[in-house]
Design a protein around this ligand. Structure first.
Ligand code: SAH
Ligand code: SF4
Length: 354
């Protein structure tokens, strides 16, 4: 028997080509797309505008698969976390962080991560494999299943209103699948999330930044975490390969000619490592030198068992933020969410594996 094709691995063009290949007209692909991505249907039998014969034909050849929820936790602050399992048994986690009438779903792109950032729990887990397009899109679709957001609601009334590609893995090291997945998620005839509501975070794979942004049109976030190469290389080994200057140049290139392209610089505050006032001033100079339109996202460090770092004192974080703000950069301090359920990157999965 030939193996069935997973439809959520296909771009819209690929799906159309596939449908033509089995002797059907292209508008069938359009209908199928709407069933899958607008209505969230996984069962061919429910596709009521397709004939029984066609539904059977599709079911013989194709699958529409969701990752399986194997564990979930709900925090007192309503942060929702799931451990998801794919067909080969590999697992990643996904978090939903609700605000009043909207919220962001944090999705993963790899099982583990090869970057090995010292402060990151995922980084201590090594890279197992890339996620497929289907597995990336499937995460958001599971969240929609749970929150009953099918068919795709209009932009104003969505609880699952944003996506942050900030879960496990380095998205730019799995770029083809991530691009395909984000293009499916932002397609107007399906899930229809606006590109402005999707933010992709990278540890700074400089040569791929411009390409990644061109191919997705989403927002860019850079995990900077240090104002100079000495400190950055200490906590992020990838910095030996792509130095800060290279990242800044790629960012400037991305912003060239388009003033709407703000970049978020994520900055994790680690006690005694990167949280001094001098570090804040150096950071201001760095961004001014490269003339980047940017804002900061100051992240309190979430400690995990076995890590060497400590979170910075609250007053240190506030002083850091003030220096950036006085220099004209927005620098909000991110509120730690879901602490009672270990909602920091990589922690639920590790607890299960222990
Ligand atoms: N690999 C990409 C995207 C996933 S990591 C990247 O590094 O940008 C997303 C964010 O989680 C990063 O900004 C990272 O700094 C943050 N993070 C990792 N470990 C953390 C911890 N222990 N506490 C708080 N934030 C953490
Ligand atoms: Fe990978 Fe991002 Fe964690 Fe670094 S912070 S190890 S790049 S997931």
């Amino acid at each position: 028997m030939v193996e069935k094709i997973e439809l959520t691995n296909l771009s819209k063009e690929e799906l159309t080509a596939e449908i033509l290949k089995i002797g059907e007209k292209s508008f069938r692909a359009k209908q199928l797309w709407q069933w899958i991505y607008y209505r969230g249907v996984t069962d061919f039998d429910k596709m009521s505008n397709l004939s029984l014969a066609l539904r059977e034909k599709l079911a013989e050849r194709y699958t529409i698969t969701r990752p399986k929820i194997v564990d979930e936790q709900l925090s007192v602050d309503k942060t929702h976390k799931w451990l998801l399992e794919f067909s080969d048994g590999q697992r990643v986690e996904m978090v939903y962080i609700p605000e009043k009438d909207r919220g962001a779903v944090c999705i993963s792109t790899q099982v583990g991560c090869a970057m090995g950032c010292k402060f990151c729990h995922t980084g201590s887990q090594k890279l197992t494999r890339n996620l497929t397009t289907s597995e990336i899109v499937g995460q958001f679709m599971v969240a929609r299943d749970v929150y009953n957001e099918w068919p795709s609601p209009t932009d104003e009334v969505r609880y699952l209103s944003n996506i942050v590609v900030m879960g496990m893995g380095e998205p730019l090291n799995n770029l083809d699948n991530v691009v395909k997945a984000l293009n499916i998620i932002t397609d107007n005839e399906g899930i229809a999330l606006s590109r402005r509501r999707v933010t992709m975070s990278t540890s700074g794979i400089a040569p791929k930044i411009v390409e990644a942004m061109q191919r997705t049109g989403v927002r860019l976030a850079i995990s900077l975490h240090a104002p100079n190469n000495t400190i950055r290389s200490q906590i992020m080994p990838i910095n030996d390969k792509f130095k800060i200057e290279k990242i800044m140049k790629a960012c400037a290139e991305y912003q060239k000619g388009d003033h709407s392209r703000y970049i978020t610089f994520e900055y994790l505050l680690l006690k005694g490592i990167n949280d001094s006032e001098d570090c804040a001033k150096e950071l201001v100079n760095l961004l001014k030198k490269h003339k980047l339109r940017a804002l900061f996202n100051l992240i309190p460090f979430n400690p995990w068992p076995g890590c060497d770092f400590m979170p910075s004192e609250r007053k240190t974080v506030e002083a850091f933020s003030r220096i950036l703000e006085e220099a004209g950069f927005a620098a909000p301090i991110r509120v730690a969410r879901g602490q009672d359920i270990l909602a920091a990157c990589g922690q639920l999965k590790s607890k299960k594996n222990a």
